[in-house]
Design a protein around this ligand. Structure first.
Ligand code: DGL
Length: 275
């Protein structure tokens, strides 16, 4: 295939930009559409049937408009729930999800004490518990649900000041010490959290490896595109301007406007979403 792919990256808000950055690093030249469903942010608090219906409705509008070659669900809270529904609705489109990186963390941990930091939605999912059972049976796993971190990250990207004491309180349960061993890996199981990584590193009571799944997701996207006949991404190519769609209709300003510019994304109006 000689044309560039259309790649739709979806999240409840700005967290998916951490995944988008990983994908665009490997393949700067593509037709990117970034969709943030910030009209109902945060997803972490939504009941499961409500979330399934909402993601379906937003993608119904966006897929119709963008005609993507691949859709990346850059949201753990959604991916751990909605992928079977989306694959059934659009069997011709490949969907790449973002699920907690329990497997690499459990493999790399020396102390066999890992933590999974996520939204309350992701923490409650059977999917997450199955991952821990299947890949981390040899580890002690602290599953930590935070209500506040995704909204803090979102506000931070909109230029608001962050309360470091609050962040420290939210991440504290990830750091466990028992019988001379302590946590050495913390899985960032919400795509918003890498936006706060410098704060996490500064506030951690001891150094740990914070596991960001973005590079692995980017490699997976490349693999799926090559299976679909697209030439490998050229990481040295000049980016083309992509679209950023915010369902909440808020205009990007301050750090967000700068970030979009750095990522070659231009804000576009959201289509009508029928829920
Ligand atoms: N960025 C999303 C995730 O990866 C969730 C944030 C939210 O609660 O909407 O889980």
């Amino acid at each position: 295939m000689t044309r560039d792919p259309v790649i739709l990256v979806f999240d409840s808000g700005l967290g998916g930009l951490t995944v988008f950055a990983g994908i665009a690093r490997l393949r700067p030249r593509a037709d990117y559409v970034y969709v943030a469903d910030d009209a109902v942010f945060p997803y972490g608090r939504l009941e499961e049937p409500v979330l399934i219906a909402r993601v379906r409705a937003v993608l119904e509008a966006m897929i119709g408009q963008a005609q993507p070659d691949i859709v990346v669900i850059a949201c753990n809270t959604a991916s751990t729930l909605v992928l079977p529904d989306l694959r059934a609705r659009w069997p011709e489109i490949p969907f790449v999800g973002t699920v907690p990186a329990v497997k690499p963390a459990a493999m790399q941990s020396r102390t066999h004490m890992i933590s999974v930091l996520a939204t309350p939605g992701t923490v409650a999912r059977d999917y997450t518990r199955d991952l821990i059972r299947d890949y981390a049976a040899h580890c002690e796993v602290a599953l930590v649900g935070s209500r506040r971190l995704a909204p803090i990250a979102e506000a931070f990207m909109h230029g608001e000041a962050v309360d470091e004491a609050e962040i420290a309180r939210e991440i504290a349960p990830c750091f466990v010490e028992a019988q001379g061993r302590r946590t050495d890996h913390v899985v960032l199981a919400c795509t918003h959290y890498p936006l706060l990584l410098p704060h996490f590193e500064r506030l951690a009571p001891w150094p740990v490896e914070f596991v960001d799944p973005a590079p692995a997701i980017a490699r997976r996207v490349e693999h799926v595109l090559s299976e679909r006949g697209f030439a490998p991404g050229d990481h040295a190519a000049a980016p083309r301007l992509g679209a950023a769609v915010f369902t909440g209709g808020r205009e990007a300003e301050g750090p967000l406007a700068r970030l979009l510019q750095e990522r070659s994304l231009v804000q576009q109006m959201a289509p009508e979403i029928r829920t």
